[in-house]
Design a protein around this ligand. Structure first.
Ligand SMILES: CC(C)(COP(=O)(O)OP(=O)(O)OC[C@H]1O[C@@H](n2cnc3c(N)ncnc32)[C@H](O)[C@@H]1OP(=O)(O)O)[C@@H](O)C(=O)NCCC(=O)NCCS
Length: 172
């Protein structure tokens, strides 16, 4: 399979490819519509320049999903995962998460971390179903314009399968 351009077997056919500079304006607009504390265009540009793994999903010529994964020795951190509202609940978020986790595993990551607001039930359900477990909670500063309403965001962690298997076999 072409690693940079693959079609998923989804209700909405999605082509995946790396995010490029020319996608940033569109992705930032989706981001503003989807998040309480959205990344700015500058944040996306910085992430691209830093070499983070960034993917967009395209359906009918339009970007409908994107995500950002950061690699560190032995682990990965999911920094962003977003699906356009009109195509949610059709497996696209799970598909992108699966692609990132497969990539992380192939690059030797043994675990993957992410943070999610405790109020974000759709995302928490998705991560829990894919095997993430909560490992910590931390207070986050309130978003601009919401002074005084500090949210709490749990950090969640997923063991990579082969690590889990070694644990099950008593080798860790
Ligand atoms: C979280 C998000 C990425 C999920 O994307 P999606 O494509 O709608 O998710 P999927 O269709 O792949 O759903 C996979 C599973 O997640 C869970 N899930 C997704 N949306 C859900 C919802 N609204 N309510 C409850 N569970 C939900 C379900 O378990 C679902 O499996 P099922 O449909 O078989 O029951 C999407 O809602 C989104 O972009 N939200 C805004 C941005 C965001 O909060 N990103 C996460 C930041 S940490």
């Amino acid at each position: 399979m072409n690693a940079t351009l693959a079609r998923e077997a989804l209700a909405v056919p999605v082509l995946w490819r790396p995010l490029s500079d020319s996608d940033i304006e569109t992705v930032a607009a989706l981001e503003r519509a989807a998040h309480v504390a959205p990344w700015t265009e500058g944040n996306f540009r910085d992430a691209l320049a830093a070499g983070y793994a960034m993917q967009v999903g395209v359906a009918d010529g339009a970007i409908v999903a994107y995500g950002v994964l950061l690699f560190a020795p032995g682990e990965a951190q999911l920094l962003n995962l977003t699906v356009a509202p009109e195509v949610r609940r059709q497996g696209i978020g799970r598909a992108l998460l699966g692609r990132f986790l497969a990539d992380a595993g192939a690059r030797g990551a043994e675990q993957c971390f992410l943070e999610v607001r405790v109020s974000n039930i759709p995302a928490i359900q998705l991560y829990a179903r894919e095997g993430f477990v909560p490992v910590a909670r931390r207070k986050v500063r309130a978003a601009a314009g919401r002074a005084g309403k500090a949210g709490r965001a749990p950090t969640m962690r997923r063991f990579e399968e082969r690590w889990q298997r070694r644990r099950d076999e008593g080798n860790l």
